[in-house]
Design a binder for this molecule. Structure first.
Ligand SMILES: NC(=O)c1ccc[n+]([C@@H]2O[C@H](COP(=O)([O-])OP(=O)(O)OC[C@H]3O[C@@H](n4cnc5c(N)ncnc54)[C@H](O)[C@@H]3O)[C@@H](O)[C@H]2O)c1
Length: 257
């Protein structure tokens, strides 16, 4: 891969392990020349993330940040500022909904599950982008992760689909606010990938085989393909692209039947 991100500094939210989409995009950003700073959600993931981050050099910074806590976001951004005067790239690859909300009927979604899903999966993009924006004085690229359940009914995806719709709308409003500052904001809508978060969705393995059968490319996508789209959006290749949701889904979303 050519080093189109040489000299750029990126902040990566959402690595849990080596299967994480955030890890796939982080690897591609690093191979393209970016220096990275990682968050981890809490102590449980510290060791995993530090170990993965160290594959880019033992001095690769990582610090805790639970995106549902404003004080964590402030503390994490102070940590980022202590490591770099400037941030060019921000990856938000974070989502959560209580397990019981990802099975059964959407009709039964509790007020609390709805709140938590939207707070962690959609509002957190606004919160971390606002916190990082002052460091993006020279412009920048923010990338978040969405899914087709934002637009169409995908059984069991339930409240997460509604939160992804809020996320995609947030991308558009953030793109409008930050455009004058040369900060671009986009979402990648990914086909199903076998990760920790995905395994929380009831019937997830049926989703993988459904895509294999019905998507134009007749296969599922890879982390490398998500990484390549992440590099495109972060680089000058995507210089005129903002407020968009781009699909890396083997073409599944174009099908009507
Ligand atoms: N895997 C898929 O099939 C798929 C498809 C489309 C979109 N996505 C999206 O990709 C993103 C990454 O998910 P993934 O599939 O790589 O799973 P993952 O489990 O590897 O990553 C989810 C990340 O969210 C983090 N997170 C959850 N709650 C948090 C909180 N309160 N504070 C900070 N971090 C928190 C977790 O620590 C984890 O690192 C999510 O937005 C997900 O909805 C996934």
């Amino acid at each position: 891969m050519s080093r189109v991100l040489e000299g750029k500094v990126g902040v990566v939210f959402g690595v849990a392990n080596k299967r994480s989409i955030a890890w796939g995009i982080a690897q591609a950003w690093a191979q393209a020349g970016a220096k990275l700073i990682f968050n981890y959600q809490g102590e449980r993931l510290k060791e995993n993330v530090e170990e993965l981050a160290a594959t880019f050099g033992s001095d690769t910074p990582a610090a805790p940040c639970d995106v549902s806590r404003d004080e964590d976001i402030v503390r994490f951004m102070d940590f980022v500022k202590s490591k770099t005067p400037r941030v060019d790239l921000l990856l938000h690859s974070v989502a959560f909904a209580p397990k019981e909300a990802l099975e059964g009927n959407f009709l039964d979604t509790s007020r609390e599950a709805f709140r938590v899903a939207h707070d962690i999966s959609a509002y957190s993009l606004v919160a971390v982008t606002r916190a990082a924006a002052p460091l993006m004085a020279g412009g920048g690229s923010v990338v978040t992760m969405s899914y087709y359940g934002a637009e169409k009914v995908v059984p069991h995806y339930n409240v997460m689909g509604v939160a992804k719709a809020a996320l995609e709308a947030s991308v558009r409003y953030l793109a409008y606010d930050l455009g004058p500052r040369k900060v671009r904001v986009n979402a990648i809508s990914a086909g199903p990938v076998n990760t920790l978060a995905a395994r929380g969705i009831s019937g997830f393995s049926a989703m993988l085989s459904h895509y294999e059968q019905h998507a134009p490319l007749k296969r599922n996508i890879t982390l490398e393909e998500l990484g390549a789209m992440g590099v495109f959006l972060a680089s000058d290749g995507g210089a005129g692209v903002t407020g968009q949701t781009l699909y890396v889904d083997s073409g599944y979303s174009v099908m009507g039947m």
